[in-house]
Structures are given as C-alpha cells and as structure tokens.
Design a protein around this ligand. Structure first.
Ligand code: PLP
Length: 376
C-alpha cells in the first residue's frame, strides 16, 4: 500500500527533537521556527510533558465518554484560570477542524438558523462546515458546497450588518490574526462592532483561536486585544504540543443537551494530561511573557533588514513580507541553513511560528541565516 500523495514534502526526515531543535535521520540539527505548523507551544520533548504522558499511558490511556473522567474537569479549570475566560464550558475533540465543526453546529442548534458569515482569506479546516467557511475554492468538494456561507471582506462592517439584518445567520466565524492566509488582521473597531452586531441579531460570534490561541499572540487569546465576548472559542494546535487535541469554549448562555455533541476519542485521558502539562509549563515557565519579549526583539531586528517590506502578526505568530515570492528562500533556509519556516497563501510572506520558549540566541541564528540567504 502507498501513502495517499496529498502533501508536497521537503526532503527531510525528522527522527527526534528537543526544545527548539529538530534532528533528522543523519543527526543534522534544524532550528524550528515553524513549530510543526504552530503546534509546538512548550518546545519539543519538554520533560514535564514527556513525564505526564508516559505516566498516564502506563495507567490508563483511554476510556470512553460514557464514564467519569475528572481529568476533563481539571483541564477545564486550568484553561479558565490561565485564559481568564470565566464560566465558559469546555467540549473536547481532536483537531482544529473538528473544533470549528462543533462550534458551527452548536451555533446552528442554538439559533435554529444555518447561514454563516466568514471572511476573505480565512482558513478554518477541512471538514464539512469548516471547509465551507474557508475561503479557498480549491479545497471545497461539491459535497461541502451545500452549506450556506457568505464570505465578506475584513473591515467591511456595512456588508456584515446588511447580511446579519437578513436574520438567517447562525454564526460569524473569524480569525483575529489570519494564519494560513498570511497574518492579516482587521482593525479593532471592526472586531468590536462585529461582536455588537452578532449580539443584536441573534448570531453567535465564533473566535477561531486554533492557531492564535494558547499564548501565541502574546495574550492567552488573540481576541483579548479587543473589548468583546465571543460566544464560542475554538482551540487546538498549541493545546497539546503535538498530541492531537482540540476543543471549544462555550459561553454560559448556551445550554448543553445530552447528545447535542459527541466524539469517541475527544477528551481521552492521554489527551487531557497532555493538555494539562502544556498549561502547567506555560504558567511555570512564564511563556506568555517570553512571547512578548521575544516578539519585540524579533520585530526590532526584522525592521533593520531592507528586503523585509513589512512585519505582520503579533507575538510569535509573525509574517515577514518581501516583494518577491518566498518559496526559494524557504528552501535555502531549510537545505542550506537548516531552519524550518512557514509559507502562507500570500506567497510573499514567510511565516514564523516557533515554540513559545525560543530565546535571543535562536533569533540571532535565524537572522544571520536570513541575511546570508538573501545575499546570495
Ligand atoms: C485558524 C485555523 N483554524 C482551523 C485550522 C484547522 O486545524 P486542523 O488542521 O487541526 O484541523 C487551522 C489549521 O491550520 C487554522 O490555522
């Protein structure tokens, strides 16, 4: 049997990783400024994480959601304490797409409506409703096209108002910092008016924090830069530091009913301890403070490099925009300088998504390599 060939692959085979570095089968060391697509939050193979998962798998790796699992309550309490999102309820699943799928489904249940407003260049995943609200026709199959979705421009609040006032919209879903799209952000007035318009029109406001959440933006959630209250917050990537876990935080105004949502694997024992150990490390190692410090340091150096036309994003969810497409630059960085970076739908943007515990030495290593790669 062969592997279904859907990913264009770099010729690198990682076999181990520690902290900010990944090692391939020849023991070549790579600096990881991509975090496996914004997933590695506390660094590779963090000892507390390894210990927590190892101990749990030796005791009980999995049992179903038909029995008590106090680890889920513990995880919910810890997310509340670190995020400051008081009294939300937690539903656990396994990925970002699934988080958004459940968020959209819940919004539709709650409002008894079905149309969704999403935004240009947004990315929300590849499952049924999640891909339908993603602005990329190439990944929407005919079976997904049945969803009722209206894609609008970020910052165009008048169009949003016009659509919401038609009364048939169950949810607005938005990334506060676009990830896959290329690090664009709408302005504060737009986000805050969006929240008010949702509340006035019985539409749920879904904050897609799958990529921007868990401290990556410099706050626990990127929406916390604004004065607004999402009805549902979707989370995944940084949550498990590579262990597949996702979830939604649900505002107390939304009531649960048995059977409304469900999953076999979501919220299993191993996933919960992975999630708990990530939060413990974020707290104990003051990683959100580190994000802010390293972000400022990174941007300061980026601003001295003439080929970088714009630095986009926040925290350690950054994009460096050039006036040329960066595919070759990424190849040079990986093959000649052994540094992983990311690309975006905006082909002129190099994405920087490192583990949240990088330090200045790693930033210097990157910029020395970048300058060398740009010079030849
Ligand atoms: C903002 C956002 N939402 C949702 C997803 C989908 O997450 P997953 O790939 O875990 O399904 C992604 C993945 O890149 C994302 O960036």
């Amino acid at each position: 049997m062969s592997v279904f060939n859907v990913y264009p692959l770099y010729e690198v085979t990682p076999v181990s990783a520690k902290g900010i570095y990944v090692y391939d089968k020849n023991n070549t060391e790579y600096l990881d400024l991509y975090g496996g697509h914004a997933v590695i939050s506390i660094g590779h193979s963090h000892p507390k994480y390894v210990e927590a998962i190892t101990n749990q798998v030796a005791k009980l790796g999995f049992y179903s959601n038909a029995v008590q699992n106090p680890l889920q309550e513990e995880l919910a309490a810890k997310i509340e304490s670190l995020s400051g999102c008081k009294d939300y309820a937690l539903f656990l699943c396994n990925s970002g797409a699934e988080a958004n799928e459940n968020a959209l489904k819940l919004a539709s249940f709650k409002t008894n409506k079905s149309r969704v407003i999403a935004f240009k260049n947004g990315f929300h995943g590849r499952t049924s409703a999640a891909v339908a609200v993603t602005d990329n026709a190439a990944i929407i199959a005919p079976i997904n096209a049945q969803q009722e979705v209206t894609i609008l421009e970020l910052n165009d609040i008048k169009s949003v108002q016009r659509e919401l006032e038609k009364g048939d919209v169950c949810a607005v879903i938005v990334e506060f910092i676009q990830g896959v799209g290329g690090l664009d952000q709408a302005n504060a007035a737009f986000f805050e008016q969006l929240d008010l318009l949702c509340k006035a029109n019985n539409t749920l406001f879904i904050a897609d924090e799958v990529q921007s959440g868990y401290g990556r933006s410099g706050k626990f959630f990127a929406f916390q830069y604004y004065k607004l209250t999402p009805d549902i917050i979707s989370i995944a990537k940084g949550m498990g530091n590579g262990f597949p876990i996702g979830g939604i935080l649900i505002h107390p105004s939304i009531e649960a009913k048995f059977g409304m949502l469900g999953t076999t694997f979501g919220g299993n024992h191993l996933a919960c301890v992975a999630g708990l150990s990530v939060l413990t490390v974020i707290e104990d190692d003051h990683l959100i403070e580190n994000v802010n410090e390293m972000s400022a340091y990174f941007i300061k150096i980026a601003n001295t490099i003439p080929q970088i036309k714009k630095t986009k994003g926040r925290g350690l969810m950054l994009g460096l925009e050039f006036d040329f497409e960066v595919a070759n630059l990424r190849k040079k960085l990986i093959y000649e300088h052994h540094i992983f970076t990311g690309g975006a739908s905006n082909k002129k943007v190099l994405r920087i998504l490192p583990p949240l515990n990088i330090d200045k030495e790693h930033i210097h290593q990157f910029f020395d390599a970048l300058v060398a790669a740009l010079d030849n």
